[in-house]
Ligand binder design. Structure first.
Ligand SMILES: Cc1cc2nc3c(=O)[nH]c(=O)nc-3n(C[C@H](O)[C@H](O)[C@H](O)COP(=O)(O)OP(=O)(O)OC[C@H]3O[C@@H](n4cnc5c(N)ncnc54)[C@H](O)[C@@H]3O)c2cc1C
Length: 478
């Protein structure tokens, strides 16, 4: 036992040494951060080392919500591990516009200056077009930034705050069926894990069951981890933590094949798609260069059609971010994402740029959805994992940040009091409030955009009555 303990502390101290080195490098000066944004962010711990620690908090997913949660939990003095499936930096489907509320949270995290240092572009105008009729309005300043930039800065901040980072590793919770919302089908205590459960994918849900000692399960949560590339179930390892946070975005793989943990997808829900174009790649006659509407680089452009909408804006590093929400039936019908984007751009009277037919497009599963519940004792969902409304006004990142800020005090107090029921029920209430109030304007705007006549009227009313327009814009970008 004594040998085991001393091995444990060696492992932990060597992992902590690696973390300290990483922190020193990051703390040296912010120029180092800038230099490391483009470089791969290395793991600060190995799986074997992580396996020997009882973590206070394991966060699965290092997007905006996961990194925010990890940073704030580390500031509370918790021992935190942040697991991420991808190699960082990585892009993801997103318009990359940070609204004033998101910027405020980033200031509180202490990363706003570094972000600006990366060349974020301040957008002060919205150009919205349903069909051929353009409308241009002032908006509260948004920051346009690539997700590879902002997410990497947050992960670097997490490491500098004492969080251990384990990239290119897939995490999956092992939950007792009795911890889950409807355990009626399973009388005995069983561990339910799932493999390769890809949302909305055809026939991809596989559930594996095995018995775990109750004592372990009651004091902690187990998180199964395996390498993201080439990792077989046989090579998976098990980490132990007091609390787990699922911050995996629209991907529900950390919840495995636990069908009891339901996610409702709205009927007619769209999918998200995105492509990044460097300015040097644009065609010579591209409307992005020649159309007077698009010459204003401080505008967020929204082109809307009945089958979806495309958001375009200039972002850091000389890139254009082209992100869209489109009907999946349309993409299937045309058998092509860029052809679907072409149809929206043409509907608004512009000639599409052929270059995006040569670029890779990223996609998401169905967008509008809600998880229920969003917490059980010791497990909390944050960010898009809670649920999402089709992105019209680009507030997803501020919701993700808000959820990180709101969940950490509950987790810290649950761990301190060793009492988890109350925090999980408070988190479920928080999510209900969020859906009811904060997301209502966004839901309303997305609904209008699907009805051509109504949308035209709403846009005109906004032109005629600027106070109404300003109210909608303010609410929608909060
Ligand atoms: C088309 C479109 C445009 C948008 N535009 C905007 C915008 O302009 N402004 C805005 O604020 N929001 C926008 N959003 C919304 C925004 O992108 C999301 O709300 C935000 O990314 C949510 O952050 P998150 O941290 O919850 O999830 P994510 O950012 O999706 O991060 C989840 C992370 O978890 C990782 N992961 C997943 N499964 C596992 C696993 N099993 N193990 C380990 N890691 C895992 C993923 O690799 C990923 O890095 C847009 C969304 C779409 C679809």
């Amino acid at each position: 036992m004594a040998t085991q303990l001393s091995n444990d502390s060696k492992m932990i101290s060597s992992a902590d040494e690696a973390l300290n080195v990483a922190r020193e490098v990051i703390a040296t000066n912010s120029a180092t951060i800038a230099a490391t944004i483009a470089a791969t962010i290395a793991a600060t711990i190995t799986v074997a080392e992580a396996e020997r620690v009882t973590w206070d908090l394991v966060v699965v997913g290092a997007g905006i919500a996961g990194s925010t949660t990890a940073i704030l939990a580390a500031r509370e003095g918790l021992r935190v591990l942040l697991i991420e499936a991808k190699r960082f930096p990585r892009e993801k489907v997103c318009g990359g516009c940070l609204n004033p509320r998101a910027i405020d949270y980033l200031k509180r995290l202490g990363v706003a200056e570094e972000l600006q240092g990366q060349g974020t572009i301040a957008l002060g105008r919205l150009h919205v077009q349903f069909g051929r009729d353009p409308h241009c309005w002032p908006i509260p300043s948004l920051w346009s930034v690539r997700r590879s930039t902002v997410d990497s800065i947050l992960v670097q901040k997490a490491i500098a705050s004492g969080v251990h980072f384990l990239p290119e590793t897939v995490g999956m919770l092992q939950l007792l069926s009795s911890d889950l919302p409807s355990s009626d089908s399973v009388a005995s205590k069983r561990l339910i894990t799932g493999a390769e459960h890809v949302d909305d994918g055809p026939g991809s849900s596989i559930a594996h069951e095995s018995i775990v000692p109750e004592s372990i399960a009651h004091e902690s949560i187990a998180v199964e981890v395996r390498p993201a590339v080439g990792g077989q179930r046989s090579s998976s390892r098990r980490l132990v933590t007091r609390v787990a946070v699922v911050a995996s975005g629209l991907n529900r793989s950390p919840l495995g094949g636990t069908l009891q943990w339901s996610s409702t997808v709205a009927s007619g829900s769209r999918i998200g798609v995105q492509c990044m174009l460097h300015e040097s790649e644009l065609s010579k006659d591209s409307f992005l260069i020649h159309s007077p509407m698009f010459q204003d680089q401080q505008s967020l452009h929204m082109l809307v059609a009945p089958n979806g909408y495309v958001g375009l804006c200039k972002t850091d590093g000389g890139y254009y971010d082209i992100a869209a929400a489109v009907d999946p039936t349309e993409v299937r019908g045309k058998n092509s994402i860029p052809a679907t984007i072409d149809s929206i751009v043409e509907y608004c009277g512009y000639r599409p740029d052929a270059v995006w037919h040569t670029k890779p497009w990223m996609t998401t599963p169905h967008l509008t959805r809600a998880s229920n519940p969003v917490a059980v004792p010791r497990v909390f969902l944050v960010g898009d994992s809670i649920g999402y409304i089709e992105p019209f006004t680009g507030e997803g990142m501020s919701w993700a940040l808000a959820s990180g800020f709101a969940v950490v005090p509950l987790i810290a107090s649950a761990i301190r009091c060793n009492s988890y029921e109350d925090s999980s029920s408070k988190w479920n209430q928080w999510a209900i409030q969020q859906r009811r109030f904060s997301q209502s304007v966004c839901r309303w705007v997305a609904k209008q955009a699907r009805m051509p006549r109504r949308a035209q009227w709403v846009l005109r009313v906004c032109d005629w009555f600027p106070p109404i327009r300003n109210w909608i814009v303010r609410k929608a970008t909060q």
